[in-house]
Design a binder for this molecule. Sequence first.
Ligand code: SF4
Ligand SMILES: [Zn+2]
Length: 313
Amino acid sequence: MAVWRSKDLLDGEAAGSLTIILRTRGCRWRRCTVCGYASEGAPATGDDLLVQFRAATKDLSPEDRVVKIYTSGSFFDPLEVPPPARVRILDGLAAAGVEKLIIESRPEYVTGEAVEESVARIRTEVAVGLETSNDLVRDRSISKGFSFEEFAAAAKVVHAAGGSVKTYLLLKPPFLSEGVAISDALRSARDALPSSDVISLNLCNIQKGTPLERIWMLGEYRPPWLWSAVTVLKGVKGVPILCDPVAAGTRRGPHNCGLCDEAVAKAIREHALTQDAGVFEDLDCRCRTAWEEVLALEDLAFGSPLGSDSRRL
Ligand code: SF4
Ligand SMILES: [Zn+2]
């Protein structure tokens, strides 16, 4: 179990949030090429989860207006979080006066009953890892195992039950060039808009033991440039778009040249809380030209990603 405090967007303003990672048996799918959670998880009964939950919330304060409970899988998977334990967790949060709960689930575990049960106790947002609206990319590049249609159907169920939907998009799945990755994320945000109350742009990073790590070690993948993230964040309209640039500035995470990474990542974090694209206006660095050249060269000259041989860029 892990727990930490941060800030989250709540009704258009920054609010205190508590993130709790419950150690469950883990995701049942475990096949996504970019996901390091596949190797995590250990058998955990409902009682085990309640012990973890109580430990995580023992210092809950009125400042913690949002609580996020993540399981490295699906909160609504009854094998991961047995329904009686789920209800007791929901009751606990409601009794503590928490305003909003955010959980994650694959579409196949989203049922009207599960969402209603949650919404009856606490305002609930269900985060779904759509990653891209392109079924081919989601299937071949990520191995996600569900279609855009299944995502949209699950979003409908959440909305009909009174919940809200957070859609995760992945910037730069493997095998996409930098430029195609940007277009894919922009297009995906447009396609996901009718199903989403908020979009979260996840910048692909290389997690240990994943197929993506093997591709990266062969020099066939470079994590997205932070300039690409800025382009997508500026280009998405009509829905709040969040982004937490995890591992920014490292070789395994989204990065620019090393000199400007900290400033750009800071602006991205600020944008997540303010939705003000003005935070990007004063950013510049010499590497911006190199990034523009990568976009042009990959798509026009080579027609394929330059890979991590370009990581010194
Ligand atoms: S569904 Fe989510 S948790 Fe499961 S393997 Fe894929 S990315 Fe990982
Ligand atoms: Zn730079």
